[in-house]
Write a protein that binds this ligand. Structure first.
Ligand code: SF4
Ligand code: SF4
Length: 81
């Protein structure tokens, strides 16, 4: 199964520059069309499934506005002897 991830964007810092959306290999980020931040920008958001938690978006963001969460692989339980 592919690794699942998600991002949380801090609207206080996001300036809607679209850099994160442009580099996301899964193309799952958009600028929220119906939300506007206090500074007047459409903030980035996940708009569909498919995020792998690769963190490319967080690395490129000039405002460090993105936090990435990645689903931890389920621990393997050894079979009882
Ligand atoms: S790169 Fe950062 S500042 Fe630019 S749109 Fe994405 S989250 Fe917002
Ligand atoms: S963590 Fe990777 S896949 Fe998920 S939104 Fe960011 S760039 Fe796209």
């Amino acid at each position: 199964m592919p690794v699942k991830g998600r991002i949380v964007v801090d609207d206080v810092f996001c300036k809607g520059c679209e850099l994160c959306a442009s580099v996301c290999p899964q193309k799952v980020i958009q600028m929220a069309p119906e939300r506007i931040t206090a500074k007047g920008y459409h903030p980035a958001e996940l708009f569909k499934d498919g995020c792998t938690g690769c963190a490319v978006c967080a690395v490129i963001c000039p405002e460090a506005a993105i936090t990435v969460y990645r689903e931890a692989p389920r621990a393997r339980v050894a079979a009882e002897a």
